[in-house]
Design a protein around this ligand. Structure first.
Ligand SMILES: Nc1nc2c(c(=O)[nH]1)N[C@H]1C(S)=C(S)[C@@H](COP(=O)(O)OP(=O)(O)OC[C@H]3O[C@@H](n4cnc5c(N)ncnc54)[C@H](O)[C@@H]3O)O[C@H]1N2
Ligand code: MOO
Length: 397
């Protein structure tokens, strides 16, 4: 059995980011930029007012000044302001030639076509300079940026209607087992619905991939072989089930028939001991255990970083620290991923409460967990109040 960290470094070692494609800005949420993007405009495009008020020369304050006209956003005042003159101006409007500041409306007194300024004012007040935010040609969004709502707002301000993004990695997902059916299908006695296929597909989608569910192979070499063949053209093949040592655990044999180059099988991890990794004609193959919690935890720990690498993102799965609510015994040789809830104390401390039942077939606990407490191999017993490392579980895992 190899260590989790060694396994993790091996699964991401040879991954090359997918090629780029162009998508509309409106379709770019959660996509990763494949190239640097430069602004096609300056922002703001010219000197504009940041307040509603009067544009004037600061040296002319307190006035009174003659109001020549007005400027609103998108409707500039075309004339020139001379000494003792002002214009009414609104937020976002261009600063007229000759003016060097804007007095806020609240600081001004208007009397017919005259305006007086009640507070001291300096040149430059309430003016946003052209290009204050960014200039035409400036690279503001770098290759590798994950596009969220804030980055989309910036790209729009940069006048970029299309963006170069990494193609979504195509991940073929294959479940196996004679007892497994698709959710909702008729079931014989003893059969159960596949949770791994839909759960893994959702994890792939939530992490920027395109899931291709191949279906459920029967526990025969022929059935497994047919499904493995259907994975051609994918960037990554993920199998679930049939990974252990039982007579009907034939996934690895079927993959070997197809030319699998095995990298590793079995790691020091709980849940997830029979994890397998290799390559089928250069396509990485991640063989997940069938136990539903093991499949999803291994996907969180291994598949998520693999997807990140295929998207050109750093593979990190950062651990953070929490305070333990109850004692935990010393750990054995396998790195343990313990399902737990998190609560925040009024003083800001984050408290992790492990579930009593940690069976790797019990999905209800995983779905209700906020985090996995990560316990190193041979970790010593810990007591309530001790610090532990946790892997937070968000909406994408
Ligand atoms: N003698 C040993 N037996 C087992 C060992 C071992 O080291 N020696 N390891 C155990 C561990 S740890 C795990 S994890 C499991 C992994 O088994 P497999 O990967 O071969 O998975 P299956 O036998 O196919 O199924 C296990 C379990 O999970 C259910 N399952 C399978 N696929 C799905 C699916 N798509 N959706 C929902 N549930 C699924 C299946 O019905 C079984 O109950 O091996 C232990 N045994
Ligand atoms: O590691 Mo298995 O994944 O214990 O259930």
């Amino acid at each position: 059995m190899i260590a989790v960290e060694v396994a993790l470094s091996r699964v991401v070692a040879d991954l090359v980011p997918t090629t780029g494609e162009t998508v509309a800005l409106s379709q770019s949420l959660h996509r990763v930029l494949a190239a640097d993007c430069a602004a096609r405009v300056s922002h703001p495009p010219l000197d504009v007012s940041s307040m509603d008020g009067y544009a004037l020369r600061a040296a002319d304050a307190p006035g009174p000044l003659t109001v020549l006209g007005e400027a609103a956003a998108g409707h500039p005042f075309e004339g020139v302001i001379a000494s003792k003159q002002a214009i009414r101006i609104f937020t976002g409007a261009a600063i007229p030639a000759g003016a060097d500041c804007v007095a806020m409306q609240e600081d001004c007194r208007r009397d017919d076509n005259l305006v007086s300024i009640d507070s001291p004012i300096a040149a430059g007040a309430h003016i946003r300079r052209a290009g204050m935010d960014f200039h035409h040609g400036q690279v503001l969004l770098k290759a590798g940026t994950l596009m969220g709502p804030r980055q989309i707002a910036l790209a729009a301000a940069m006048n970029l209607p299309w963006l170069p993004v990494r193609r979504r990695p195509r991940v073929a997902i294959m479940s196996s087992g004679d007892e497994i059916t698709m959710p909702g299908e008729p079931m014989r006695a003893g059969q159960l619905p596949s949770s791994n296929g839909p759960g893994l597909a959702a994890l792939v989608q939530a992490n920027g991939g395109e899931a291709v569910q191949l279906g459920i192979a029967a526990d025969t070499r022929q059935s497994l072989a047919a499904m493995i063949a259907a994975a051609r053209g994918c960037d990554l093949l993920v199998t679930s089930g049939g990974a252990s040592v039982g007579d009907y655990d034939m996934v690895q044999d079927a993959l070997t028939d197809h030319g699998l180059t095995l990298d590793f099988w079995k790691i020091a991890m709980r849940p997830g001991k029979p994890l397998m990794f290799g390559h089928l004609r250069h396509v990485p193959v991640l063989g997940l255990p069938g136990n539903p919690v093991a499949a999803m935890v291994c996907a969180t720990v291994f598949l998520r970083p693999m997807l990140r690498c295929l998207l050109g993102l750093p593979p990190h799965n950062p651990l953070v620290s929490a305070t333990l609510a109850t004692e935990m015994p010393a750990n054995d040789a396998r790195q343990d991923y313990v399902r737990a809830t998190l609560t925040r104390k009024p003083n800001g401390a984050i408290i992790a409460q492990p579930f009593g039942r940690q069976d790797s077939g019990a999905l209800s606990g995983l779905a209700g967990a906020d985090c996995l407490i990560v316990r190193a191999p041979h970790a010593q017993a810990v007591k309530a109040g001790d610090a532990v490392a946790i892997l937070p579980l968000h909406g994408d895992c």
